[in-house]
Structures are given as C-alpha cells and as structure tokens.
Design a binder for this molecule. Structure first.
Ligand SMILES: [Zn+2]
Length: 396
C-alpha cells in the first residue's frame, strides 16, 4: 500500500512537470517550482529522471538577475513519434507527427459513397499507417478521430457513416502492423484538442471549436492552459430556420443543412444563373463554389447566405455558453472561412445578446487540412502526459 502511494505521487509529479513543459513551453527549474508548487528538490529529482529517459531536453540558458544563468528545459521532440488517423466522411487521412506535433508525413485516401463498410475503412487506415511508418521512428501511440460517438474505448456509433455500435478499435487492432497504444475519440473533440494545444484556441479559457465539413459539430472547451475539459455536441442539428431545408437527420432547418459542405454546393446549384459543377469529391466541389464567389454572382450570393446562417448558429452558441473565443475549423472552414468570416462576425453580432457578443472573438482555425489527424495524434500524447511519461504503464 505504502509503495503504491509513493509511486502514485511520483507519477503525479512527473505528469505535472511534463504537462507544464509540453503545454506551456520551455521553462527553467525555478519557473517550474513556482508554477507547480513542488519543492526545488523534487523538481530537480524529477527533471533529472525525465532528462535521463529522454522525455525532456535542455534548451540553452538565459541570463538571470544577479545570479548564474538558468538552464531552460523543454520536451524533447526526438523522444518519439505519434500517428493520427482522421476518419472523415469523405476520406481517411493519416499523419505522422513528432512528439511536439510537427507534421512529418501525411497521406490521404478518399472514401466514396455512404454506408461505409467498417472493415474497408479500417483497411484503408491501416494502409495509411503503413505508408507513414515508412518514415521510421519509435511510435508512442496511434490516435483515431471518428465522426460519431465513441464509448467503451472504441465502440463507434456514427449515423452519418451508417455505423451502429461498430467495435472499430478492435477492428483496427486486427489490421494494424504495430502493437502501439490505440485511442479512438470523436473528431470534433480531437480537433478541439488540436486547436487548444497548437492552434487558434491557445490561451482561451472558454472556447468553442466548430468543425465545419460535410457534417457540422462543435466542441466546447473549458479551462484552457492545463489539460482542458472538452464536451462535444450535435450543434449541426440545432435548427436555424423553422420548416427550412431538409436535413439528413430527417429534421428540417438544421444548421448543417445550410453550412455543411454538400449543403453549400446544393444551395449554390439551386440559385438562378448557377453553372454546373464537375462531379468531384465534396471538398473539391466546395472549393469550386468558393473560387466562383470571387466575382459577384450566384456563388457570392450563396456564400453571403451561408455566412448569415453560420452567424446565427454561432449566436446561439454565444447565448448558451458565453465563450471567449469561437474557432471555425475543419475542411469547410479552410475552404470558405476567409471568404465568409466578416459576414459570420456581423451576423453573430446581430443575433447574439450584445454584451455577450462583444466579449466573444470569432477566429479561423490555424491548423489546415490535417487538423483532425493532428488532433487524433494528441490522444496518445495526452495519455503519455497523464501517465508522467511512462508508456509501459499506459499499456498495462
Ligand atoms: Zn439535422
């Protein structure tokens, strides 16, 4: 019992210092003492261990007032690599990242049609993992983001894929070429974690990370800074127009039925004067609409409407949750975000309560097309940080 307690305490101290260096950046031992509340002797001992195991590295020194220079410490980017798998509705994207989440390689496999066979998706994900593994390196873990609810460490319920209680983690384990820790979670949550750790959510205390794609979701993040708490939602199926456009959830007037990737293209094609769009992947069709919107006409009018509806959806979030920041992310945001951001901001300001809208920033995500894969890669990192860097304990 006594040994157990000592080990728990050591793990807690390792987790605290490692998380601090990982999420807040380089610091000296003195700064870590101040931040963690641990004694100088404990910090010195734990850091010596982490340095010895290669989890932490020295990063030069800075002058200090009157004393000798202080050695700065940081996480060691060479400690290992992580793989993130984004199972979207139109593609499977796999990324290889270093320990600090810098992208080393990505591959993308398109998916066609609906009601996707889970085994086929697992097979494509495995091919992607094998491709990025060709880069080599010690893989600390694999994270997977899926467009649905996840329970019991990897059983997926994803109506938009036609999946009901699919044991996707088990299915992947039978295919994967390596025996690394595997974590599966909702895509909106993994994207939220990516934007909070490395993107436009950094520093926010209460943030909403909106995932715009074929499907539309949102993650609500509280307590930015340390490891944040993340709640996902079915924001895409909140109604923005009574009796409005038909939604694939069988209701009408849902936000997704206006601002989802396919919905935007469909709305454009219904406009008078719209020109046909080649039969491409959903994202490529949306990119075509955005390109046409550069000049006045039906495409520009469509995007103005979309900005208005998205602003209404965000105003509802602002009135419900009072976030200090809303980040628009996902492939839909990457494609049309710059074109509609001002309209979204003005619509949200008109539809939300003034005092709440005034204290909410609306920004575009900064992580690009592989944001969800990067978010998935944060899953094994989060487990590593929580365990104090003991990968063997994560597995056990
Ligand atoms: Zn709906």
């Amino acid at each position: 019992m006594r040994r157990q307690t000592t080990r728990d305490l050591r793990r807690h101290n390792r987790a605290a210092l490692l998380s601090s260096l990982y999420l807040r950046g380089p610091a000296s031992r003195l700064e870590l003492v101040a931040e963690s509340g641990l004694s100088p002797a404990t910090v010195t001992n734990v850091i010596a261990e982490l340095l010895g195991e290669g989890l932490v590295a020295e990063a030069g020194s800075v002058e200090s007032d009157g004393g000798r220079p202080r050695t700065m410490l940081r996480v060691n980017p060479g400690f290992g690599r992580v793989i993130g798998v984004d199972v979207g509705e139109t593609h499977v994207c796999v990324g290889l990242f270093d320990y600090e989440l810098e992208t080393l390689a990505t591959v993308d496999h398109p998916l066609r049609g609906t009601d996707l066979d889970p085994d086929e998706v697992a097979r494509l994900a495995t091919i992607g993992v094998e491709q990025v593994l060709a880069e080599g390196g010690n893989v600390l873990g694999i994270g997977v983001g899926v467009p649905g609810a996840v329970r019991d460490s990897g059983v997926v319920h994803a109506p938009t894929l036609g999946w009901s209680d699919v044991p996707f983690a088990d299915l992947l384990r039978t295919h994967l070429p390596i025996d690394a820790p595997l974590s599966v979670d909702n895509r909106a949550r993994t994207l939220g974690q990516a934007e909070m750790w490395r993107g436009a959510g950094r520093g926010a205390e209460r943030a909403v990370i909106a995932l715009l794609g074929v499907g539309v979701g949102a993650a609500f993040v509280t307590g930015g800074g340390s490891v944040p708490g993340i709640t996902t939602s079915e924001w895409g199926h909140t109604v923005v127009r009574a009796g409005g456009a038909e939604c694939r959830c069988s209701s009408r007037g849902c936000l997704e039925a206006y601002v989802g990737t396919d919905a935007v293209v469909r709305r454009y094609l219904e406009m008078p004067g719209a020109q046909p769009i080649p039969d491409l992947q959903s994202e490529a069709r949306l990119a075509e609409v955005v390109a046409r919107a550069a000049t006045p006409g039906p495409a520009a009018d469509t995007l103005a409407d979309i900005g208005e509806y998205l602003g209404i959806g965000i105003a509802n979030l602002i009135n419900l949750l009072a976030p200090d920041r809303v980040v628009l992310a996902g492939s839909g945001s990457a494609a049309m975000g710059p074109a509609i951001l001002e309209r979204v901001r003005s619509s949200a300001a008109r539809h939300a309560l003034g005092y709440l809208a005034e204290s909410t920033e609306i920004e575009l995500g900064r992580l690009g097309a592989e944001a969800v894969a990067l978010g998935a890669a944060t899953l094994p990192i989060a487990e590593l940080l929580a365990s104090g860097g003991r990968t063997a304990e994560v597995r056990g």
